[in-house]
Design a protein around this ligand. Structure first.
Ligand code: F6R
Length: 242
Protein backbone atom coordinates (compact mmCIF):
# COMPACT_ATOMS: atom_id res chain seq x y z
CA UNK A 1 0.00 0.00 0.00
CA UNK A 2 1.28 3.43 -0.84
CA UNK A 3 0.11 6.28 1.38
CA UNK A 4 0.19 9.87 0.14
CA UNK A 5 -0.62 12.62 2.64
CA UNK A 6 -1.80 15.93 1.18
CA UNK A 7 -2.46 19.33 2.70
CA UNK A 8 -6.22 19.54 2.16
CA UNK A 9 -9.08 17.99 0.15
CA UNK A 10 -8.31 20.11 -2.94
CA UNK A 11 -4.76 18.85 -2.87
CA UNK A 12 -6.06 15.27 -2.57
CA UNK A 13 -8.06 15.91 -5.75
CA UNK A 14 -5.03 17.23 -7.65
CA UNK A 15 -2.63 14.50 -6.55
CA UNK A 16 -5.23 11.81 -7.25
CA UNK A 17 -5.95 13.30 -10.70
CA UNK A 18 -2.23 13.22 -11.57
CA UNK A 19 -2.06 9.56 -10.57
CA UNK A 20 -5.28 8.53 -12.31
CA UNK A 21 -4.25 10.24 -15.54
CA UNK A 22 -0.78 8.69 -15.45
CA UNK A 23 -2.29 5.20 -15.08
CA UNK A 24 -4.94 5.66 -17.78
CA UNK A 25 -3.00 7.64 -20.34
CA UNK A 26 -1.92 5.67 -23.37
CA UNK A 27 -4.31 2.76 -22.81
CA UNK A 28 -6.34 2.13 -25.99
CA UNK A 29 -9.59 1.62 -24.03
CA UNK A 30 -9.03 2.79 -20.47
CA UNK A 31 -11.50 1.46 -17.91
CA UNK A 32 -12.21 3.41 -14.73
CA UNK A 33 -14.18 2.18 -11.73
CA UNK A 34 -16.25 4.95 -10.18
CA UNK A 35 -17.18 5.61 -6.57
CA UNK A 36 -19.91 8.07 -5.67
CA UNK A 37 -20.18 10.02 -2.39
CA UNK A 38 -18.33 13.14 -1.30
CA UNK A 39 -14.77 11.81 -1.21
CA UNK A 40 -14.00 11.60 -4.95
CA UNK A 41 -15.69 14.89 -5.87
CA UNK A 42 -12.48 16.96 -5.72
CA UNK A 43 -10.80 14.34 -7.94
CA UNK A 44 -13.64 14.37 -10.49
CA UNK A 45 -13.66 18.19 -10.49
CA UNK A 46 -9.92 18.25 -11.12
CA UNK A 47 -10.24 15.71 -13.96
CA UNK A 48 -13.03 17.86 -15.43
CA UNK A 49 -10.80 20.95 -15.27
CA UNK A 50 -8.14 19.09 -17.22
CA UNK A 51 -10.68 17.94 -19.82
CA UNK A 52 -11.78 21.57 -20.09
CA UNK A 53 -8.15 22.69 -20.46
CA UNK A 54 -7.59 20.07 -23.18
CA UNK A 55 -4.86 18.22 -21.25
CA UNK A 56 -6.96 15.09 -20.61
CA UNK A 57 -9.35 13.33 -22.95
CA UNK A 58 -11.47 10.51 -21.63
CA UNK A 59 -14.11 10.40 -24.35
CA UNK A 60 -12.88 6.93 -25.40
CA UNK A 61 -12.91 5.61 -21.81
CA UNK A 62 -15.25 3.12 -20.22
CA UNK A 63 -16.69 3.50 -16.72
CA UNK A 64 -18.24 1.09 -14.22
CA UNK A 65 -19.81 2.45 -11.06
CA UNK A 66 -19.20 0.61 -7.82
CA UNK A 67 -22.76 0.47 -6.61
CA UNK A 68 -26.39 1.53 -6.83
CA UNK A 69 -29.34 1.67 -4.47
CA UNK A 70 -32.07 -0.91 -4.90
CA UNK A 71 -35.55 0.33 -5.63
CA UNK A 72 -35.17 4.00 -6.50
CA UNK A 73 -35.75 5.07 -10.12
CA UNK A 74 -32.73 5.99 -12.21
CA UNK A 75 -34.26 9.44 -12.64
CA UNK A 76 -34.18 10.07 -8.85
CA UNK A 77 -31.61 12.83 -8.19
CA UNK A 78 -29.80 10.62 -5.64
CA UNK A 79 -29.73 7.38 -7.62
CA UNK A 80 -26.09 6.62 -8.32
CA UNK A 81 -26.99 6.60 -11.99
CA UNK A 82 -27.94 10.29 -11.66
CA UNK A 83 -24.98 11.10 -9.42
CA UNK A 84 -22.46 9.51 -11.82
CA UNK A 85 -24.06 11.31 -14.78
CA UNK A 86 -23.88 14.66 -12.95
CA UNK A 87 -20.41 14.35 -11.40
CA UNK A 88 -18.51 12.24 -13.95
CA UNK A 89 -20.14 11.58 -17.32
CA UNK A 90 -21.13 15.17 -18.12
CA UNK A 91 -18.11 17.03 -16.68
CA UNK A 92 -15.64 14.55 -18.20
CA UNK A 93 -17.53 14.59 -21.51
CA UNK A 94 -17.81 10.81 -21.51
CA UNK A 95 -20.16 8.91 -23.77
CA UNK A 96 -23.10 7.94 -21.51
CA UNK A 97 -23.38 4.66 -23.39
CA UNK A 98 -19.86 3.79 -22.21
CA UNK A 99 -20.60 4.22 -18.51
CA UNK A 100 -22.52 1.59 -16.58
CA UNK A 101 -24.09 1.61 -13.15
CA UNK A 102 -25.44 -1.59 -11.54
CA UNK A 103 -29.16 -2.07 -12.11
CA UNK A 104 -31.02 -1.62 -8.85
CA UNK A 105 -34.42 -2.09 -10.46
CA UNK A 106 -33.94 -5.37 -12.32
CA UNK A 107 -36.63 -7.99 -11.72
CA UNK A 108 -33.81 -10.49 -11.17
CA UNK A 109 -31.21 -8.45 -9.30
CA UNK A 110 -28.66 -11.26 -9.01
CA UNK A 111 -28.84 -12.08 -12.74
CA UNK A 112 -28.27 -8.39 -13.50
CA UNK A 113 -25.36 -8.32 -11.03
CA UNK A 114 -23.77 -11.39 -12.65
CA UNK A 115 -24.13 -9.75 -16.04
CA UNK A 116 -22.43 -6.63 -14.63
CA UNK A 117 -19.38 -8.65 -13.58
CA UNK A 118 -19.30 -10.24 -17.03
CA UNK A 119 -19.42 -6.79 -18.67
CA UNK A 120 -16.41 -5.71 -16.58
CA UNK A 121 -14.53 -8.82 -17.67
CA UNK A 122 -15.49 -8.28 -21.33
CA UNK A 123 -14.14 -4.73 -21.08
CA UNK A 124 -10.81 -6.23 -20.04
CA UNK A 125 -11.14 -5.47 -16.32
CA UNK A 126 -10.90 -2.21 -14.42
CA UNK A 127 -7.62 -0.33 -14.92
CA UNK A 128 -8.11 2.19 -12.13
CA UNK A 129 -10.70 1.77 -9.39
CA UNK A 130 -11.60 4.95 -7.50
CA UNK A 131 -12.69 4.31 -3.92
CA UNK A 132 -13.91 6.18 -0.87
CA UNK A 133 -14.15 4.61 2.57
CA UNK A 134 -17.16 4.46 4.90
CA UNK A 135 -16.74 5.29 8.57
CA UNK A 136 -17.40 1.57 9.27
CA UNK A 137 -14.68 0.50 6.81
CA UNK A 138 -16.90 -0.32 3.86
CA UNK A 139 -15.65 0.08 0.32
CA UNK A 140 -18.34 0.07 -2.31
CA UNK A 141 -21.22 -1.00 -0.13
CA UNK A 142 -19.36 -4.01 1.19
CA UNK A 143 -20.37 -3.63 4.80
CA UNK A 144 -18.46 -5.25 7.69
CA UNK A 145 -18.23 -9.06 7.39
CA UNK A 146 -18.64 -9.03 3.61
CA UNK A 147 -16.80 -11.92 2.01
CA UNK A 148 -13.33 -11.03 0.73
CA UNK A 149 -14.04 -13.03 -2.42
CA UNK A 150 -17.49 -11.56 -3.09
CA UNK A 151 -18.63 -10.48 -6.56
CA UNK A 152 -21.34 -7.98 -7.50
CA UNK A 153 -24.47 -8.75 -5.50
CA UNK A 154 -27.32 -7.38 -3.38
CA UNK A 155 -26.40 -6.21 0.13
CA UNK A 156 -28.32 -4.77 3.06
CA UNK A 157 -27.14 -1.31 4.10
CA UNK A 158 -26.25 -1.04 7.78
CA UNK A 159 -28.12 1.52 9.91
CA UNK A 160 -24.80 3.43 10.17
CA UNK A 161 -24.46 3.71 6.39
CA UNK A 162 -28.09 4.74 6.02
CA UNK A 163 -27.51 7.47 8.63
CA UNK A 164 -24.31 8.60 6.85
CA UNK A 165 -26.21 8.85 3.56
CA UNK A 166 -29.36 10.44 4.98
CA UNK A 167 -27.77 13.82 4.16
CA UNK A 168 -28.56 13.17 0.49
CA UNK A 169 -32.27 12.54 1.17
CA UNK A 170 -35.08 14.47 2.89
CA UNK A 171 -35.25 11.96 5.73
CA UNK A 172 -33.61 8.72 6.82
CA UNK A 173 -36.80 6.80 5.94
CA UNK A 174 -36.18 7.67 2.30
CA UNK A 175 -32.68 6.11 2.26
CA UNK A 176 -32.98 2.72 0.57
CA UNK A 177 -32.36 -0.34 2.73
CA UNK A 178 -30.57 -2.36 0.04
CA UNK A 179 -28.02 -1.85 -2.70
CA UNK A 180 -26.24 -3.70 -5.47
CA UNK A 181 -22.49 -3.41 -5.04
CA UNK A 182 -19.37 -4.71 -6.69
CA UNK A 183 -17.87 -7.29 -4.35
CA UNK A 184 -14.55 -7.10 -2.56
CA UNK A 185 -13.28 -9.73 -5.00
CA UNK A 186 -14.40 -7.58 -7.93
CA UNK A 187 -12.65 -4.54 -6.46
CA UNK A 188 -9.48 -6.53 -5.75
CA UNK A 189 -9.31 -7.52 -9.46
CA UNK A 190 -8.70 -3.89 -10.45
CA UNK A 191 -5.16 -3.22 -11.68
CA UNK A 192 -4.76 -0.10 -9.55
CA UNK A 193 -6.96 0.98 -6.63
CA UNK A 194 -6.93 4.67 -5.69
CA UNK A 195 -8.68 5.39 -2.39
CA UNK A 196 -9.29 9.01 -1.45
CA UNK A 197 -10.38 10.31 1.97
CA UNK A 198 -10.49 13.71 3.60
CA UNK A 199 -11.38 15.10 7.00
CA UNK A 200 -11.09 14.13 10.64
CA UNK A 201 -14.30 12.08 10.33
CA UNK A 202 -12.37 9.51 8.26
CA UNK A 203 -9.21 9.40 10.41
CA UNK A 204 -10.08 6.28 12.41
CA UNK A 205 -11.24 4.38 9.34
CA UNK A 206 -8.05 5.29 7.45
CA UNK A 207 -5.86 4.13 10.36
CA UNK A 208 -7.76 0.84 10.68
CA UNK A 209 -7.52 0.21 6.93
CA UNK A 210 -3.80 0.93 6.72
CA UNK A 211 -2.49 -0.25 10.08
CA UNK A 212 -5.14 -2.57 11.46
CA UNK A 213 -5.38 -6.31 10.97
CA UNK A 214 -6.81 -7.54 7.68
CA UNK A 215 -10.21 -8.63 8.88
CA UNK A 216 -13.72 -9.07 7.50
CA UNK A 217 -15.01 -6.77 10.23
CA UNK A 218 -13.16 -3.95 8.46
CA UNK A 219 -13.58 -4.60 4.72
CA UNK A 220 -11.22 -1.87 3.46
CA UNK A 221 -8.32 -3.67 5.20
CA UNK A 222 -8.35 -6.16 2.28
CA UNK A 223 -6.62 -3.41 0.27
CA UNK A 224 -3.44 -4.24 2.20
CA UNK A 225 -3.34 -7.30 -0.09
CA UNK A 226 -4.00 -5.34 -3.29
CA UNK A 227 -0.93 -5.42 -5.53
CA UNK A 228 -1.23 -1.71 -6.27
CA UNK A 229 -3.33 0.28 -3.79
CA UNK A 230 -2.70 3.99 -3.36
CA UNK A 231 -4.32 5.77 -0.44
CA UNK A 232 -4.44 9.54 -0.91
CA UNK A 233 -5.61 11.44 2.17
CA UNK A 234 -5.45 14.92 3.61
CA UNK A 235 -3.70 15.72 6.91
CA UNK A 236 -6.94 15.47 8.90
CA UNK A 237 -7.76 12.01 7.55
CA UNK A 238 -4.16 10.94 8.20
CA UNK A 239 -4.15 12.25 11.76
CA UNK A 240 -4.64 8.86 13.44
CA UNK A 241 -1.92 7.04 11.49
CA UNK A 242 1.03 6.01 13.67
C1 F6R B 1 -20.06 5.03 -2.92
C2 F6R B 1 -19.25 4.08 -2.18
C3 F6R B 1 -19.02 4.25 -0.72
C4 F6R B 1 -18.44 5.60 -0.38
C5 F6R B 1 -18.25 5.74 1.13
C6 F6R B 1 -17.71 7.08 1.52
O1 F6R B 1 -20.11 4.65 -4.28
O2 F6R B 1 -18.80 3.17 -2.75
O3 F6R B 1 -18.14 3.24 -0.28
O4 F6R B 1 -17.21 5.76 -1.03
O5 F6R B 1 -19.48 5.54 1.77
O6 F6R B 1 -18.67 8.05 1.24
P1 F6R B 1 -18.32 9.60 1.31
O7 F6R B 1 -17.24 9.82 0.31
O8 F6R B 1 -19.58 10.31 0.94
O9 F6R B 1 -17.87 9.85 2.70
Amino acid sequence: MEIVICKDPQDVGKVAADRVISYLEGLPTPVIGLATGSSPLALYEELARRVEAGTFDFSHGLGFALDEYVGIPRSHAESYHSVITRTVVEPLRMDPARVRVPDGLASDLQAAADEYDEAIELAGGVDVQILGIGSNGHIGFNEPFSSFSSRTRVKTLTPETREDNARFFDSIEQVPTHCVTQGLGTIMDSRVAVLVASGERKAEAVAAMVEGPVAARFPASILQFHPRAIVIVDEAAASKLE
